[in-house]
Design a protein around this ligand. Structure first.
Ligand SMILES: O=C(O)CCC(=O)C(=O)O
Length: 354
């Protein structure tokens, strides 16, 4: 077997994705996936796991309204912008069923995936590979499905049958957890409640993503996801036990691993909350490295504002007379800007800077 002549056609139009490429068992990856040396993760730059100062905290959410728990969430959100939550209230079997359904979806025959790709409205279901293959000079070793958490009617009409019930069950539990977490984060910004207006601006359009990173014959040459910060208000990520997620360290030149913890959810602050908090909460860059032997999956919920919501620094944060660092932007403009280019670190937020 050799690399398909028209790689983009094979990956995108024929819906084979990088899974279809990995299934060809090529000894080497196509040149379109080879990252320049400076874009690869140098293992010397990885912070050891036992570093207390620079590790991702694990927070028990059982007593989420306890001030000590809320303080640890606030502290994590203002420092590394990443933390893991255990005892979030979502049953383990719901997480396990979701993971199994992700594998089932990507293992469907390619004709079925092509049909999902061609027959689903992109505002409800989107199947894609890499990140923005038409805008990238080097491709990312990842396929992904995005399920927009919209009306029950659209969900039932368009979410793929093989994962619909599992995804919906997960989202029902996740929705309740996300509301609690946002309440804590808002309270620490002097916002008393998550009213309808705030709900629209923080979680008006949630997207459940399924990321699929097949085992790669030359993992050190590729990127699963390049360094970027999320454009969400927060992201709630379930990862499997393979590992591969890294967060940029404080010195700007090192990377901290987010180790898989059974049953935990990884939370990160996105650009929207950085903007709303006038920079108190940090939306930190992260990236994904792929494995040489095993397929990895991860399932982020991008807790996004509604497309027409206007995002800006919260008045409560500016009550003390502080100047806003960000202008007001319509979220769909921010979203379209993010997807119009390759992953580019923290540059997207420049779009909103004053
Ligand atoms: O797979 C992961 O651990 C993170 C994925 C990610 O950063 C993304 O989908 O934007």
């Amino acid at each position: 077997m050799s690399t398909p002549n028209n790689l983009i056609d094979f990956l995108v139009n024929q819906a084979n994705g990088v899974k279809g490429l990995a299934d060809l068992n090529l000894p080497n990856i196509p040149h379109q996936y080879i990252q320049p040396i400076q874009a690869r993760l140098d293992s010397c730059k990885i912070i050891p796991h036992d570093s207390e100062e620079q590790s991702i905290p694990i927070i028990d959410f059982t007593n989420w309204d306890d001030p000590d728990v809320q303080d640890s969430i606030f502290s994590a959100a203002t420092k590394l912008g990443f933390f893991q939550i255990v005892n979030h209230g979502i049953p383990i079997n719901v997480l396990d069923d979701l993971k199994a359904s992700v594998h089932k979806f990507f293992e469907l025959p390619v004709e079925e995936k092509k049909s999902v790709k061609e027959n689903s409205p992109p505002e409800v279901v989107r199947l894609a590979t890499s990140f923005s293959p038409h805008a990238e000079s080097v491709l990312e070793w990842k396929d992904y499905l995005q399920l927009v958490y919209t009306s029950e009617e659209k969900i039932h009409a368009y979410w793929p049958v093989v994962c619909k019930n599992q995804a919906l069950e997960y989202m029902k539990y996740a929705d309740a957890f996300i509301r609690k977490l946002l309440k804590v984060l808002l309270k620490k910004l002097n916002v008393k409640e998550l009213d309808k207006e705030r709900e629209y601006a923080l979680m008006g359009a949630m997207i459940l993503g399924f990321n699929y990173y097949p085992a790669c014959p030359e993992p050190e040459l590729v990127s699963g996801v390049g360094p970027h910060s999320d454009i969400s208000s927060i992201t709630v990520l379930l990862q499997d036990d393979i590992g591969g997620l890294y967060v940029r360290g404080k010195d700007g030149d090192s990377w901290i691993n987010v180790p898989p913890v059974n049953g935990a959810l990884v939370i990160n602050i996105g650009d929207v909350l950085q903007i709303m908090s006038n920079g108190r909460y940090k939306s930190i860059e992260h990236r994904v490295v792929v494995d040489g032997n095993k397929t990895r999956i991860s399932m982020p919920i991008f807790v996004n504002p509604a497309p027409d919501a206007v995002i800006g620094t919260l008045p409560e944060v500016l009550e003390n007379g502080e100047e806003p660092h960000y202008k007001q932007v319509v979220f769909s403009d921010y979203f379209n800007y993010f997807f119009s280019k390759a992953h580019d670190g923290k540059k997207t937020i420049e779009f909103a800077k004053i």
